[in-house]
Design a protein. Sequence first.
Length: 321
Amino acid sequence: MLVGIGPGSVEHMTQRARAAIAEADTVIGYVTYIKLVQDLLEGKEIIRKSMTEELDRAVSALEAARAGRRVALISSGDAGVYGMAGPTYEVLFQAGWTPECGVEVEIVPGASALNSCAARVGAPLTHDFCAISLSDLLTPWPVIARRLNAVAAADFVVALYNPKSGRRTRQIVEAQRLFLSHRRPDTPVAIVKSAYRRRERIEFTTLAQMSEADIGMLTTVLIGNSHTFVRHGLMVTPRGYANKYDMDSHDAHAGEKAGRSLSTGLLGWLDALAIAHASGDSIATLAERYDLPASYIAATLAEPPPAVAQEAPLEHEETGA
């Protein structure tokens, strides 16, 4: 069982995570994670591993499971988000494991750092966001830099994992430099250390001052988008309702309709694109205007306009479902 224990406090673990640990004969994990669930481990075999021994943890889990033990391999946050699920499957496949081989695998999800940190500072992830790790221990820096540059330009809210350590001190500076090439210096940033743990620390700052904050391996950095704001000590990213509704009367703006795509949504944009192209704008001009690949613009213009259902059911705007 690959168990995500969430931020660390027992009350923030899922019921299944607590039950999985209770069912286990053997519990394996990084020493700090073992300490976080110490109260749940009485009478169990405990295998503690260091920070850089992820593959060893997975090997130990497989060996114990093959010996008939019921194993809980724990990760902080979610086991599938920068956690032990990936390396464990790599070890399993390397060992010739298949789902039919007798060793069953269950992934028990938990709240990742971006969830717990966001909850401590407000609602910064209400709109599109992504996560990027600044650790270059396993990922080449040019790959990380390209990802940072892409999401900064695309105006995502971003959660930076593994932002800084005793040896890796310049990565956060380089990330800041890339973001400042696309974002305002006063873009809100929240620095959250050890969310929901004993030494929790929260600091609000700006993109211009971000690298000067107290940042370490137990820190998650949340960088807002162009609409994110901080008010009364809370960091909030608007969902976009103001694009469609008057926020005082809650009435839809002229040309907009509740439960329907924005007038500037896909269908409206397709109409505008076709009109502009018919009026003489080249594919290259349109690609530059919308910052999209020319091949995409060309393929879109070549596609017949979609048929629109006249009375399709209304959509739930709060979820996009």
